[in-house]
Ligand binder design. Sequence first.
Ligand code: GCU
Length: 331
Amino acid sequence: VLPKISLVATAVAATILLSGCGDDAAPTGPVVLKTAFNQSENNPQYKALVSFSDKLESATNGRYKLEIHPNELLGDQRASLELVQSGAIQMAVVANPLVENFNKNFSVLAMPYVYDNPEHQRKVFTSGVLDNLFASTKGTGFEVITAYTAGARSVYTKGAAVTSPADMQGKKIRVMQSDTMIKMLSCMGGTGVPMGQGEVYSAIQQGVLDGAENNEITYADLKQYEVAPYFSATRHVMVADLLVANESFIAKMDESDRELFRKLAKESTQTQFELWDKALDGARKTAKDNGAVFTEVDIKPFQERCKPLQAAMLTTPEQKALYEKIRELAE
Ligand code: GCU
């Protein structure tokens, strides 16, 4: 029994030391927010997080900073969301569909063709219309702090371009781990196969998949043009990425720090949109230089086929109200 007790005591002591000697004492070093990120350091979201961290550190005289772990080092998005919920880490960037699993109203943020263009999406993310929605996951261990853009998603395949729903028939296309994304792929004419991002390259290579769908930046960064060189600009959905944080971590910050934290996080969204815009052409060029073939697509037939899904996604009064608010911000 004795060794057990001393082990527990040592662990408790270590925890207290690490957390700065209890609630009343001033923290001894910076509070580090471990942040999981599933893409590379080249991604505009990563750069926006770095700038967020720098600003937070300087505004709090070094009391807070982010420690960003890119490339799925802390697991795929589903795993990293669980780490945030349990408090093992403080933050993560996860795609909207993962959060939809907690509150269906989020699905409106990733409805097919809900935003007219990037500028419309930027307005939605920075106008405050999403604040109530973002606070709604409180009670499940995490809250949404802000949203980042991940551009528009398009389908890319091996073999040939897909320019019509008929071309999609029988095609197995990787989607994110969500029901909406699976349904979306069937309304476009194909079959959605859910999996984490890290497995996509080899699944296409091995023929388990015919292709995937994503934005140009991720497509180029993960070199997926090597296995699926036909990029067809279906631009079917602009899925938000969400910066989520552990709920009790946020609650325990003192009020002025919390306000500062929220304000700088919102500002990072603006920065991130600018970085995204700047990175797009380079990503397309990298992909083309490495053999990718970009094909413009008449999106109307896809839009038509996705209308029933859009209608089915607006079931609750909250979803309808949110949809209206988003559309009001279109030009
Ligand atoms: C985009 C998005 C990520 C997401 C990824 C995916 O790159 O920004 O958050 O994980 O797509 O398809 O899994």
